[in-house]
Design a protein around this ligand. Structure first.
Ligand SMILES: [Zn+2]
Ligand SMILES: [Zn+2]
Length: 498
C-alpha cells in the first residue's frame, strides 16, 4: 500500500480540530529570499491544498518581519549602511533606490515568485500591523504581565533575564534604532524608555516599538487567528521559541498555540546550508527562470518536512524523470506540485535538452525533430514544449554538467579517423534505414561492432566523433533519430569513403 502523503496526514489532523484554518509563514526580508526560505512557504501551501482537497477551508498568511532591526551590514550592502544597523527594515532606504524601503526591495521579487509558484498569500507587514495599532492590546497585556512572561521564558529556556527586562523594544525617536532602548516604565498612554544613544523619551502603543521576538510570535497567533505554522527546526528545539510560544499563548494570551510543523534545512550543493545572512545565495526569483515552478515545488513537497533536503541543480534530470513518471501514476506529491492548468505532454524534459541543442533552440526545428522521433505534436504538446524548452535552455546554460552539453560539428576531418573507425561508420551507415526505431539503431551499434570484431564502445566513440567531434554524447539511438537518418548516413559516408 502506498504511504499517505505527509501533507494529507497533517491536513487530517487539522480537520479533526476545525474545518477552517489559517496557516502562517514568516520571513524577515533582510536580504535576498532564497530556496531555503521557500521550504516554509511550500510546506504551508501543500497543507493548505490538502485541507481544501479534504473539504476544509484554509488560507495562507505571510507575515513579513519588516519591523525587525537590520542586524548588521551584510556584505552586499554599501559601507554607508553601517549607520542603519539597528533600525527597522521598514525605515531604511532601499539600497538600490527602486522601492519604498529596504524591506520592500527584497520582499517584492519574493512575492512575485510566490505568484509564479501558485502560492496565494495574504501579506501582512509587521511594521504596518504595529503602526495600525493591531498589536496595541497585546502590548498592554505583555507589559502588565511582564513578571509572568519573564518567569515562563526563564522556566522554558533556563536563561536568567535581567531584573529590569521588559518584553518590548522601543523605537528610539532620536537615533531611529529599535534594539537599543530599554523600557523604564509605562502608563495607559505611553511607554517610557532610555536609549543607549543617551535619549530619554516615550513611545506610543501604535508603532512606537515592537514586542520582543518570543512574545511577538505568540501575540501574532492571537491577532491573526493562526491555527497552523511551519517553522525551522531551530525554533522547534527544546527550550526554543515554540516551547515558550506554547506557554505564552495559553497562559498570557488565552489561546491554543497553532499546530506546529517543524522543518529541516535545504542544502544546495556547492552553495552550503542556505542562510541569507551568510552572503552566497541564489534568490528564489532567479531559480524560477531556470526551473519550472512545478519542479521547484516538487523538490520540496516530495520530502517529509523533518527530512533534510540535499539539492544539486546539476542532477536535475533524475528528479524530473521521477516527476514525469509521477504524473502518469497520479502520484500525490506530483499532484500537490502542479501549478494552475499546466498540462504535460509525453515528451520528456531530458529529450528537450538534447533536441533543443540539435535545433539550436529554433522552435520549428524542435517540432520537426520531435515528430521525426515519433511524437505526435498536437495543441497540448505544442504548448507544453513551448513552455518547457525555455527552461531546458536556461538550465543547460546555468547548471547542467558539461557532459550534457554538445554542439554538432560543422564538419569533421576524415584523416583523423582510423581504418577501423571508417569501416565501422561505413557498415553502420549502409545498414541504417528510415523505419528504424531508436532501440533498433542502438542495437545496430552492437551488431556492426561484433561483426567487425570491434568493442561496442569503439563504435559509439566513432559515432560521437563523427557527429560532435568528441568521444561522448547523448544516447546514440535517439540522438541519431533526432538528427535524421539521411543526415547521419551522409555524414558517415563522407568520412568513410575518403
Ligand atoms: Zn528596490
Ligand atoms: Zn537612541
Amino acid at each position: 500500500m502506498e504511504e499517505i502523503h505527509w501533507a494529507d496526514v497533517i491536513a487530517e489532523d487539522l480537520l479533526k480540530k476545525s474545518k477552517k484554518h489559517r496557516i502562517a509563514t514568516g520571513i524577515t526580508p533582510s536580504g535576498h529570499i532564497h530556496l531555503g526560505n521557500l521550504r516554509e512557504m511550500l510546506t504551508a501551501d501543500a497543507v493548505r491544498r490538502a485541507v481544501i482537497d479534504k473539504g476544509g477551508e484554509a488560507e495562507l498568511i505571510y507575515i513579513a518581519d519588516t519591523f525587525d532591526p537590520l542586524r548588521k551590514r551584510y556584505p552586499f550592502l554599501p559601507e554607508e549602511y553601517e549607520k542603519y544597523v539597528g533600525m527597522p527594515l521598514s525605515e531604511i532606504p532601499d539600497p538600490e533606490g527602486c522601492h519604498k524601503n529596504y524591506a520592500d526591495h527584497f520582499l517584492e521579487p519574493f512575492l512575485e515568485s510566490l505568484e509564479i509558484l501558485g502560492i496565494p498569500v495574504k501579506v501582512e507587514k509587521a511594521d504596518e500591523m504595529y503602526k495600525e495599532g493591531r498589536y496595541e492590546e497585546a502590548i498592554r497585556t505583555a507589559l502588565k504581565r511582564r513578571d509572568d512572561i519573564a518567569r515562563i521564558i526563564e522556566e522554558v529556556t533556563g536563561r536568567k533575564l535581567e531584573e529590569d527586562w521588559y518584553p518590548f523594544m522601543p523605537l528610539c525617536e532620536e537615533c531611529g534604532r529599535i534594539n537599543s532602548a530599554k523600557v523604564t516604565g509605562f502608563d495607559d498612554k505611553w511607554i517610557y524608555y532610555r536609549c543607549s544613544c543617551g535619549h530619554e523619551g516615550k513611545a506610543s502603543y501604535r508603532g512606537g516599538g515592537k514586542l520582543t521576538w518570543r512574545v511577538d510570535w505568540a501575540a501574532r497567533w492571537k491577532i491573526l487567528g493562526i491555527t497552523c505554522e511551519p517553522f525551522g527546526k531551530d525554533h522547534a528545539a527544546a527550550g526554543g521559541s515554540y516551547d515558550t510560544g506554547k506557554r505564552l499563548a495559553r497562559e498570557i494570551f488565552g489561546i491554543e498555540p497553532p499546530y506546529p510543523i517543524p522543518y529541516e534545512w535545504i542544502n544546495l550543493k556547492g552553495v552550503g546550508a542556505m542562510s541569507s545572512s551568510k552572503g552566497i545565495v541564489i534568490p528564489v526569483r532567479e531559480f524560477l527562470d531556470v526551473l519550472p515552478p512545478e519542479i521547484v515545488r516538487y523538490i520540496i513537497i516530495r520530502v517529509k518536512p523533518k527530512k533534510h533536503i540535499d539539492f544539486d541543480p546539476a542532477n536535475l534530470l533524475e528528479l524530473v524523470d521521477e516527476f514525469e513518471e509521477g504524473i502518469k501514476k497520479k502520484d500525490r506529491a506530483v499532484e500537490l506540485s502542479l501549478v494552475g492548468d499546466v498540462e504535460y505532454s509525453d515528451i520528456p524534459f531530458r529529450h528537450l535538452v538534447v533536441v533543443g541543442q540539435i535545433a539550436k533552440w529554433d522552435l520549428s526545428k524542435v517540432f520537426e525533430i520531435l515528430e521525426r522521433t515519433g511524437y505526435k505534436i498536437d495543441e497540448k504538446a505544442r504548448r507544453d514544449v513551448e513552455r518547457r524548452i525555455k527552461y531546458a535552455k536556461n538550465w543547460l546554460e546555468k547548471f547542467a554538467p558539461k557532459r550534457l552539453k554538445f554542439e554538432i560539428a560543422e564538419s569533421v576531418d576524415p584523416s583523423t579517423f582510423s581504418e577501423d573507425e571508417k569501416r565501422f561508420l561505413r557498415t553502420f551507415a549502409e545498414r541504417l534505414s528510415d523505419d528504424m526505431k531508436p532501440e533498433d539503431i542502438h542495437n545496430l551499434v552492437y551488431q556492426v561492432a561484433n561483426e567487425l570484431g570491434l568493442k561496442p564502445a569503439k563504435g559509439f566513440q566513432a559515432i560521437y566523433k563523427a557527429i560532435l567531434g568528441k568521444n561522448y554524447g547523448p544516447r546514440a539511438g535517439y540522438f541519431i533519430k533526432m538528427l535524421g537518418i539521411e543526415w547521419v548516413k551522409n555524414r558517415f559516408m563522407q568520412i568513410s569513403c575518403e
